[in-house]
Design a protein around this ligand. Structure first.
Ligand code: CP
Length: 306
């Protein structure tokens, strides 16, 4: 593996290798991740052209725990604002001896463009591109599901919300399918669930209660207002009434169901606070697992896995 640009097409063995490697970075406690010298002397450049809290920060923590030097380019204050192109920016950062670029961009395909033009020794990790892919989120979601549920081949997983604009949904569906999950459901309004998911073996459902009935895992997604035109955008009150996950509705899932969300959550829009902060929620453990999973990805790309 030279770059990690998408989960689509990653063989099952590679996904399992990343998850297994991540587990070597998580010690007995969920919150205690070991510091190791695997990326000593390497420079990791975080290039976030779109906002982020979890992904950017956990990549930085992960790189530091691998002993890399980390540089966060402040895009708002960079010469991008003076008209410098993406490829010129990357060429100049490469001249500063970058070994790895972690790239988030609102345009689908931007990390691919960088991967095609950077020096052969440089690795590119997609940290979310447009609505296309968010592979490390997909991997940390699989890590979380495996941690709580163990066996993918017996699971019912519902992904609920704005699936149309969600790179997380796309990455999760590819990974769940590769790992052998037999029942994947996409639940949401007709305008926000692409019909072609059926061709990927996904059950499409427009009724929340039917969609989460008997599920082991419920993955909630926020409305991606920034990617929607007015016509598509439901009002948040109306949306919560039809698709908001409440404690009462969650009772339709299995008694030991877990509730996931990639964040940021919009309380009272797609999820009630009582569920987000409740006993079924694994939303914050997802964030913690993200550190170990991103350590694994960077260590494997650099050829230095544990
Ligand atoms: N899950 C996720 O990508 O969150 P951020 O946008 O905060 O990185």
């Amino acid at each position: 593996l030279i770059h990690l640009l998408s989960i689509e097409g990653l063989p099952k063995a590679v996904i399992e290798h990343i998850l297994d490697t991540a587990s070597t970075f998580v010690s007995v406690s969920d919150r205690d991740v070991k510091k190791v010298p695997l990326l000593r002397g390497k420079s990791v450049f975080n290039l976030f052209f779109e906002n982020s809290t979890r992904t950017r920060t956990t990549f930085e923590i992960a790189a530091k725990r691998l002993s890399a030097d980390v540089l966060n380019l402040d895009i708002a204050r960079s010469s991008t604002a003076k008209g410098e192109t993406l490829l010129d920016t990357v060429a100049n950062l490469s001249a500063m001896h970058a070994d790895m670029f972690v790239v988030r961009h609102s345009e689908s395909g931007a990390p691919y463009l960088i991967a095609q033009h950077c020096a052969p020794h440089v690795h590119v990790v997609n940290a979310g591109d447009g609505r296309h892919s968010h592979p490390t989120q997909g991997l940390l979601d699989m890590y979380t599901i495996r941690h709580y549920k163990r066996d993918f081949t017996q699971l019912s997983v519902a992904i609920v919300g704005d699936i149309l604009h969600s790179r997380v949904a796309r990455s999760d569906i590819h990974a769940l399918s590769t790992l052998g999950v037999p029942d994947i459901r996409a639940v949401g309004p007709k305008t926000l669930v692409p019909g072609d998911l059926r061709e990927m073996g996904v059950r499409v459902c427009h009724d929340l209660e039917e969609g989460i009935r008997g599920c082991d895992v419920v993955i909630m997604l926020r409305l991606q207002n920034e990617r929607m035109s007015g016509a598509l955008l439901p009002s948040s009150g109306e949306y919560f009434q039809r698709y908001g996950l409440t404690e009462e509705r969650l009772q339709l899932a299995k008694p030991d169901a877990i509730v996931m969300h990639p964040g940021p959550i919009n309380r009272g829009v797609e999820i009630d606070s009582a569920v987000a902060d409740g006993p079924h929620s694994v939303i914050l453990p997802q964030v913690s697992f993200g550190i170990a999973v991103r350590m694994a990805v960077m260590a494997i790309l650099a050829g230095n896995e544990a």
